[in-house]
Design a protein around this ligand. Sequence first.
Ligand code: C5P
Length: 414
Amino acid sequence: MSILSGARIIVGVAGGIAAYKAADLVSKLTQAGALVDVVMTERAREFVAPLTFSALSQRPVWADLWEPTGAAAARHIDLGRAAQLILVAPATANVIARLAHGMADDMLTAIALASSAPLVIAPAMETHMLAHPATVANLATLRERGAHIVPAEPGRLASGEVGTGRLPSTATLLGAARLVLGSGGDLQGRRVVVTAGGTQEAIDPVRFIGNHSSGRQGFALAEVARDRGAAVTLIAGVTALATPYGVTRIDATTAATMRDAVLAACVGADALVMSAAVADFAPDAVAEHKIKKREVAARDGADMTLRLRRTPDILSELDAARGQFPGLVRVGFAAETRAVQAAARDKLARKGLDLVVANDVSQPASGFGSPTNAVWLVRRNGELTELPLLPKETVAEHIWDEVVALLPTRAARA
Ligand code: C5P
């Protein structure tokens, strides 16, 4: 279950043109199971009607602190207390200034003052307003006080100019909410390394040997680790997926570059989950120019033979150099098409792993690219757990549960 499920989140919407984008944010948070209380500034209501937000959140929208029934005035303390997170998106220069100075002249600023929940601010405004020393200083004040600032993005602004000031995508805002909500999780203070995606080994400048890995399981592992408080290094092979917010991504698209990236990232790390599909063989030599049929025919006849050599086995190298990685919990994957459990046990022993996550990639629902996975977790002591078909995010939760259980023993293993 996602960290957003059941989370009490206040989304503060300020009066900028990006206010319409907050509708998508509220929709996605609500779909993820969060209880979203939308609080709008007076000016925000001129851009988007409160009804838009109440329809999406299925909860009342709070706007006018001074409305005559007194309900808003009575609720602002409760709402602030119940909130686990206050996410202001878009945050205008004006609301940032009022929050920085502790003002409480409307519902949003009053709630922020009455709450001890972490504050996430997503500024969105015209470039010059964002770069103005007053805004820079106000954001610095909020940051020093513990607020998390989601950087505005460059691009075309409503003014027609191109510059920094765009509200980040909903995916980025959701990532920031998840990061902050999970910062005290059971991987807090831990540094973990995750590999994801497939590798491509060049044959010539235009061709390669690759595989069908999408990177989905690895990216889910990185996101879930972040949601549990870890500092995550994601070493990405070939994948079309966007970098999760708050995760450090290093691209490594061949077995050799991935080896170097993994060995460097694992120094001082607490855990490595190696979910990338790394090529076992690569062309012995990369042709300098595109291979031509005519040239092959003249040399070898109609058919072409490609000679492959073994690539470095990253997990085995890590095992051989285990002294350099004291206490590193190591998890490998076994993507198999037959005798899955036996292959997983063999891999665990050969590569000196703590855990192997085995799956049968010949099954469509647990194969490459699918949103779900059905895996066996094979432990060092020989125990095995079969998980049913689950979303890859839930599989990731189970894998981190296993890693967390192994972490306290790291001093003993060192
Ligand atoms: O031996 P096999 O390639 O099936 O093992 C799979 C596991 O080993 C995966 O965790 C994969 O990321 C890792 N691996 C590796 N180095 C390779 C190939 C695979 O570390 N060259």
